[in-house]
Design a protein around this ligand. Structure first.
Ligand code: FCB
Length: 482
């Protein structure tokens, strides 16, 4: 970087001509209009209205009001120049009680969205489930019961028949780890349950739901490209100590292998089955034939990557502190018996997530080596920083530009290493409702003034425009050695 002219924008390292650039959002995080046109309540409506569950008591009731400002947001996407837009469909808009006939007014919204994308020559990438389970299904047991997976299959059938003619890329689930382990294990996400046994059962039923959805999509949408989006991580042991190595393996088992192994190899990892053997109901909810359903062929893998992780065995915590490491006080899953430590000198985002772009490269290479050579899309990558609008009405988010540039470059490294990466979706188009953090964390490349709903493209928006236009890694003058 220091060899580049700081006063110019330099773009180097071109991507293949057909590389797909996109932006991503999720319905509950941006839509608002939670009672419009017959939408029913979801677990996130209930959770966000539960005192103490979400920062500042924030809810998605209004969010970015995208439901009523859709055309403006489509125009932003067009200005950005993306080839694809990843959005999610709200199950409670389509089936307000989680089952029964389709609510046509809910479907109409997505029909208009897809038509608007097509008119602007933007490819829709549709996620069927981004965490907003209809509340009545949660009341009947949620993802801890098998019936929810069957209900999901009905819902997928409705959406595929209604919208299938204009959507080629389908993502069954977004980050089932978060739905199961954060939702039912750590209780940090909706429905706010803290029970490891239920989390494991949810893990299985979510994957089973994914498996049920695949043939439904294939039969309703000829030529559909079907995939699943997983949040995966690159876990490193804090030292060569065998206890730390084992801790990293447990962390990897819970986040990565519990999802990658069943989807690509048709089995759960033995060490994880053993680890969760005595929890109830746990993986005992699995029935004969489920793993075949879960592992049937898909067409692509969606990968969400944000941060690296370095772990040690819990028993080595004081030793690590004495050696000068910062050991995170957050222990999400006491059963895993590990602690996260920070690597000195590494930058962090305002989520307190460490920044390590090369973690994306190693993750992608590992997926190729251990699991699949299918096309991979980075379906989310981005960063929250403490942005502000300056007196000249600009948001100069140089730190986000740097983050994105480093990660796009790291993705290029993976391409160079022969990984089949075919696209990248920035998270996120808009500042939005960041789950348990409410509106306190801004991930957008477009600033949203929540009281008015006004949108203001940030510096990163203009930089990403240039990235897309030049189809290469863009080193902007605001990045780096200044
Ligand atoms: C992912 C979620 C997405 C967003 C980002 C920051 O885990 O899929 O909705 O909140 O994190």
């Amino acid at each position: 970087m220091t060899t580049l002219d700081k006063n110019a924008i330099a773009s180097v390292r071109p991507f293949p001509p057909e590389f797909l650039w996109g932006a991503a959002t999720a319905c509950y995080q941006i839509e608002g209009a939670v009672t419009a046109d017959g939408r029913g309540p979801s677990i996130w409506d209930t959770f966000s209205h539960t005192p103490g569950a979400v920062w500042n008591g924030d809810t998605g009731d209004i969010a970015c009001n995208h439901y009523h400002r859709m055309d403006e947001d489509l125009d932003l996407l067009q200005r950005l120049g993306v080839g694809a837009y990843r959005f999610s469909v709200a199950w409670p808009r389509v089936q307000p009680s989680g089952q029964g006939p389709a609510n046509m007014r809910g479907l109409d919204f997505y029909r208009r969205l897809i038509d608007g994308l097509r008119r602007r020559d933007i490819e829709p990438t549709l996620t069927l489930y981004h965490w907003d389970l209809p509340q009545p299904l949660e009341d009947a047991g949620g993802w801890c019961v098998r019936d929810t997976a069957e209900r999901f299959a009905d819902y997928v059938d409705i959406v595929a028949r209604a919208l299938g003619t204009d959507v080629e890329h389908w993502i069954t689930l977004n980050e089932p780890w978060c739905s199961s382990w954060l939702g039912y294990g750590a209780g940090e996400h909706a429905p706010g349950v803290k029970d490891i046994g239920k989390a494991a059962a949810a893990n299985h039923h979510l994957l089973y739901a994914h498996g049920l959805a695949v043939p439904i999509l294939r039969s309703a949408v000829p030529g559909a490209k079907v995939g699943i989006t997983l949040n995966l991580g690159d876990h490193q042991p804090g030292s060569m100590h065998e206890l730390d190595q084992a801790a990293a393996k447990r962390a990897d088992g819970n986040l990565n292998r519990l999802f990658l192994e069943p989807v690509f190899h048709g089995r759960y990892p033995e060490d994880m089955l053993e680890h969760y053997r005595d929890v109830s109901p746990g993986f005992s909810v699995m029935r004969d034939g489920d793993l075949e359903v879960i592992s049937q062929p898909i067409d692509f893998l969606g990968v969400n990557y944000y941060f690296p992780s370095t772990v040690i065995d819990a028993s080595r915590e004081s030793e690590a502190r004495l050696a000068g490491y910062y050991v995170s006080p957050d222990v999400q899953f006491p059963d895993l018996n590990l602690r996260s430590i920070e690597t000195p000198g590494r930058g962090k985002t305002s989520m307190d997530w460490e920044i390590k772009a090369s973690g994306l490269t190693s993750l992608l290479v590992r997926i190729r080596d251990d699991y699949t050579d299918l096309p991979i899309y980075i379906t989310e990558n981005g960063a929250a920083f403490d942005d502000y609008v300056d007196p000249d009405n600009r948001v100069l988010d140089h730190n986000r530009v740097a983050y994105l540039q480093e990660h796009i470059s790291a993705m290029h490294d993976a391409l160079d290493a022969g990984v089949n990466v075919q696209g990248y979706f920035v998270w996120s188009l808009l500042d939005n409702f960041e789950w348990a953090f409410g509106y306190s964390r801004r991930f957008g490349i477009v600033w949203v003034d929540f009281p008015t709903g006004n949108r203001l493209p940030k510096e990163s928006f203009h930089w990403y425009c240039e990235t897309i236009r030049s189809n290469s890694v863009v080193y902007a003058r605001s990045v780096g050695a200044e």
